[in-house]
Design a binder for this molecule. Structure first.
Ligand code: COA
Length: 287
């Protein structure tokens, strides 16, 4: 087994360098983690990118970092995704500067581990409002600025389909995101419509989300029993977004793309048994 954190894939993209040439992307949560990696990948593949995040200092660091990659191809707007008017202002400004969006990534998220019986109403609402309402706000704000066949991509998580203790808020929010995506795929489809999907990444090395889980349970214990027993890389998630944003995504809508190493298969325990059986088989004498 590869050590957790090791990647079978190289850090670079598996796509050709002009995959998204001429595109314009709007990415919430784009100052860190998965969404920053996605914004960077979109730039590498030829799109212009408007990133949105709450913390102005972190946002400016990300903007400068991305601008060094392709000067003039990045805009940054500070907004809290819980505030539709603020997201709308960012979406309007980005479209005025770069033109209509071909890609929207609603990635801003918040999370912490908390027993349900101890979550205050405000604590539960904070995560639901950032994740679920924030996803709706990003899509809603960009809707008037979408090109034909634009790609709307939400960031879901395994919490949408597997219940995880101390994650009642995140499980509810991410499950809501996946049904929101299916609903918008239907409502906003049609000849001039858009494609609406979500990506559900497993534990991604180097992110805050992986850090809080690994701290309590250890990376090896968390991903060691997956069919693909390693952490996911930022580069792999970024390419998953590029896949949905590129030509291959044109016929995909209302879908959740799980890039999770098999984590959400119904029998993660079964995977451990299957792995043990495979080991025994490999060790058995061959005829
Ligand atoms: N455990 C329990 N409750 C928590 C908490 C924690 N670790 N973090 C926040 N809360 C509660 C707060 O106590 C507050 O409830 P209260 O008003 O009843 O006290 C409520 O959640 C809102 O917290 P607050 O910090 O005021 O909200 P915020 O809007 O500024 O930030 C988060 C909310 C989720 C973004 C914040 O917890 C955070 O910064 N998390 C770490 C960063 C992160 O989530 N990154 C993305 C990972 S996917």
């Amino acid at each position: 087994m590869s050590a957790p954190g090791a990647s079978a894939a190289p850090g670079g993209t598996c796509f050709r360098a002009d995959l998204l040439a001429g595109g314009v992307a709007f990415v919430t949560g784009g100052s860190s983690g998965i969404n920053l990696a996605i914004a960077r990948r979109f730039l590498e593949l030829g799109a212009k990118v408007a990133i949105v995040a709450r913390d102005p200092a972190r946002l400016e660091r990300a903007r400068a970092d991305l601008d060094a990659l392709r000067p003039g191809a990045v805009l940054a707007y500070s907004a809290d995704v819980r505030d539709l008017a603020a997201v709308q202002a960012a979406a309007d400004a980005g479209a005025a500067a770069f033109g209509p969006y071909s890609i929207v990534v609603a990635g801003a998220a918040g999370n912490f581990l908390g027993p349900a019986e101890q979550l205050s109403a405000n604590a539960f609402a904070a995560v639901v409002d950032i994740d679920l309402k924030g996803t709706f706000h990003a899509f809603r704000a960009c809707k008037p600025h979408l090109r034909r066949a634009a790609r709307l991509i939400a960031i879901s998580a395994p919490q949408a389909s597997i219940p995880i203790a101390m994650q009642a808020h995140a499980c509810a929010a991410k499950a809501g995101i996946e049904q929101l995506v299916r609903t918008l795929a239907v409502e906003w489809g049609g000849p001039d419509g858009c494609r609406v999907n979500s990506i559900s990444p497993g534990l991604v090395a180097g992110t805050y989300g992986a850090e809080i889980f690994c701290k309590v349970a250890g990376a090896e214990n968390l991903v060691g029993h997956q069919p693909v027993p390693r952490l996911l890389t930022l580069s792999e998630v970024a390419d998953a977004a590029a896949m949905l944003a590129g030509p291959l995504g044109d016929y995909v809508t209302g879908h959740t793309f799980a890039i999770d190493g098999g984590l959400t298969l119904p029998t993660t325990g079964g995977a451990a048994i299957a792995a043990a059986a495979a080991k025994a088989l490999a060790a058995a004498p061959r005829s």
